[in-house]
Design a protein around this ligand. Structure first.
Ligand code: GLC
Length: 692
């Protein structure tokens, strides 16, 4: 059950798609404290209570023990001390002796989650501005609470099926020839690939909706050539629009008054990649319509996918911030500064980026009401995603669009996916990317994944190898790296064949993974779940943080340590381990409930299938469109017959009829032989293991 309580004057965010009546009684369980202009929700916790949720945040799957702050941040160092990353996903669900209950705080301003940080036996959630709608959630189970919540926030975004293909990206592919070379190097070696992303380098002087004609003399021609080879390109769009008279986006926005303004009525200017830039007021419907239509130019050139970036919004500096820093420096010039003065001088410059002062300098028009940016900060990226989604949908209403964003707020889960931002080529970030998954799923973001191989720092062959092995299972599978870092396309490495083989597993599993994703989307379910959700009575499983349930039948357990040749895995029940080397080369080993050491050579990674369940696997292909999903091998460990359903469609329709798209696969076991039938499917049952 969900009960809504309003405090102050909540700002409409659109997060909740099915409006809930406002309750007049007092909120159960939480003590509500109003102090200064803030409002806090306090609840005491038993020693063993756990907290799940908060989407894209650092640290564990169980969020207890840290202080988080919802404030969409351009944060390129995802270390444990960080309170905020790019997203604001204000949902927490508690589970413990007193049952399951949760809270979603719908406020686009800053919200802090002190989850046993100040006092280990207390959680305090504080809405800094004091205006919010708070949704109190109760259910019998963790997944039940998530489903209730997901139901009211509306159906999650579903990418086209080819969006599950492998994406190769890099900040630094500058010309058409760069992209063609990347494509060629994949295709010549048989490394699967569906999408090439285009970072800011493709633009003319980093101006949105332009491409540099010297570097891309025939963009439509290039896109068409790629399409013939089942490849798509995915250009980036940034939130900041270059301040340059003569640029149509800038000129139109100025003429129509579409950019955010300061209190004095002047357009706010902050610097991002293009230098001085202005910021569309995405909180306005007319601005979203206008900005969305801007995507049409590239859609006309044949482009079918975009990623939206720097939309927290990231602001490197403003003219005011720069002036203040210079003034500080001038005031100290020629003086003998002490150490604290020196720190202050340094901070005046380093603190210029994404500063609170800047976020208080400009305003939005929210349904005719003028609001200072900091009150609605966390909505900015979400509303940019909405603009992009509307633009793509209005261009082609019958096709699903591929779109993902960096910043997000709950609500944006209906319009696009999110990638996990600028991680680093660190082993700890493999694990972090896994841990972020279930929280994001709880908040509706199913199409998500990390920059595989790591964005910042130089990757290593083994790191990329292990991270790809996790990426096989994440709906969004992209290899992306920062400018100036070591090349990290698969073919750059000596062991490229092993990594290619890893990708064949991804492509072989796509019919199954796509089916699981669509089912999760359509049933408000999670694609990745912590083990605590499935085995709440199992005190070991409940605390496992480095294994994850995938769909209804599977569990994953990636290797995330350098030089490891295996790992410990806890099986909460009997499972079949499929130890993959490629889509056609793998071992199937039945394993009993309990702790196990699993040997995993560098090119091996496991998938666990619950005893009694079966999953299908195709042969793999170089592009999603080339997968033959009519011929599949079944994997499982059975004692008797079973059945499962597999969803499929054309991969692009927006009208998803779950029931119609399901094929029932009936698996029979008689006299030691297994047979399987599913309409239109040729099924190989020879890999199914029977009995003990
Ligand atoms: C931001 C993005 C990153 C991109 C870079 C250049 O840091 O997060 O993915 O490569 O900007 O556009």
């Amino acid at each position: 059950m969900i009960r809504r309580y309003d405090y102050g004057t909540p700002i409409p965010t659109g997060a909740v798609a099915i409006p809930q009546p406002v309750c007049e009684d007092t909120m159960p369980r939480f003590t509500v404290v109003q102090a200064d202009s803030a409002i806090s929700f306090k609840v005491s916790m038993d020693e063993d209570d756990m907290i799940f949720g908060l989407g894209e945040t650092v640290r564990g799957v169980n969020k207890r023990g840290h202080l988080y702050r919802s404030w969409c941040s351009d944060e390129f160092s995802h270390t444990e001390n960080k309170a905020s990353l790019y997203a604001s996903h204000n949902l927490v669900i508690f589970s413990g002796r007193s049952g399951v209950f949760g809270l979603f705080v719908d406020d686009p301003g800053a919200v802090t989650f002190d989850l046993g940080y100040t006092r280990s036996d207390e959680a305090v959630i504080t809405c800094e501005n004091g205006d919010c709608s708070a949704y109190y959630i109760t259910a019998d189970t963790l997944i039940g609470a998530v489903k209730e919540f997901r139901h009211i926030i509306g159906r999650s975004y579903l990418p086209p099926k080819w969006g599950l293909g492998y994406i190769q990206s890099r900040w630094g592919y500058t010309t058409e020839e760069d992209l063609r070379a990347v494509a060629r190097n994949h295709r010549e070696r048989g490394i699967p690939l569906d999408i090439l992303s285009m970072d800011i380098d493709y633009m003319e002087d980093f101006k949105d909706f332009t491409w540099d004609a010297r570097k891309f003399p025939d963009l439509p021609g290039m896109v068409a050539d790629f399409k013939k080879d089942d490849l798509r390109v995915m250009p980036i769009i940034d939130a900041g629009v270059k301040e340059e008279a003569g640029d149509p986006t800038y000129d139109e926005g100025i003429e129509k008054g579409y950019f955010c303004r300061k209190a004095d009525g002047k357009v706010f200017v902050g610097a991002v990649w293009p230098g001085r830039a202005v910021f569309p007021d995405f909180l306005r419907e007319d601005v979203r319509q206008w900005f969305g239509k801007k995507y049409h130019g590239m859609l006309e050139a044949g482009v079918e996918a975009f990623w939206n970036d720097m939309n927290e919004p990231a602001i490197f500096y403003s003219e005011e911030g720069l002036a203040d820093a210079y003034a500080k420096a001038d005031s100290m010039r020629g003086t003998n500064i002490g150490v604290y003065d020196y720190f202050a001088l340094k901070d005046a410059f380093t603190g210029m980026s994404n500063s609170m002062e800047d976020y208080r300098r400009f305003y939005h028009d929210v349904n005719g009401q003028i609001m200072r940016h900091d009150r609605v900060h966390n909505l900015y990226g979400a509303m940019m995603t909405k603009a992009g989604a509307c633009g793509m949908a209005s261009y082609n209403p019958d096709k699903r669009h591929l779109l993902f964003s960096r910043a997000s707020y709950i609500g944006a889960h209906r319009d696009g996916g999110v990638w996990q931002g600028d991680n680093n080529a660190w082993w700890s970030h493999i694990l972090l990317s896994l841990k972020e998954m279930p929280g994001m799923n709880m908040c509706g973001f199913l199409y998500t994944g990390a920059d595989l191989g790591g964005f910042g720092c130089n990757t290593t062959e083994d790191l990329l190898q292990r991270w790809l092995q996790l990426g096989v299972f994440t709906p969004l599978m992209r290899n992306h790296a920062a400018l100036g870092t070591r090349d990290q396309e698969i073919y750059r490495f000596r062991k490229w064949k092993q990594m290619r083989d890893t990708l064949t597993v991804r492509y072989g599993l796509i019919p199954f993974l796509y089916s699981e994703l669509v089912k999760a989307v359509m049933k408000d379910d999670m694609y990745f779940r912590p083990l605590a959700f499935d085995y709440p009575q199992d005190r070991i499983a409940s605390r496992v943080e480095d294994q994850m349930m995938l769909g209804s039948a599977c569990m994953i357990a990636p290797v995330y340590e350098q030089n490891a040749r295996g790992r410990y895995v806890y099986l909460p029940e009997d499972m079949l381990m499929v130890r993959f080397r490629s889509s056609e080369n793998y071992d199937c080993l039945p394993m009993k409930k309990g702790h196990h050491w699993i040997d995993l050579a560098m090119n091996e990674f496991p998938l666990f299938i619950r005893r009694g369940q079966v999953i299908p696997m195709a042969k793999g292909a170089e592009a999603v469109a080339r997968i033959d999903a009519s011929c599949m091998t079944l994997l499982g460990w059975l004692d008797h017959g079973t059945a499962f359903t597999l969803y499929d469609d054309d991969g692009e329709t927006t009208h998803i009829d779950l029931e119609k798209g399901l094929t029932l696969v009936d698996v029979q076991v008689r006299g030691g032989t297994v047979t399987a039938r599913g309409e239109g499917l040729t099924l190989d049952t020879s890999r199914i293991i029977l009995g003990e």
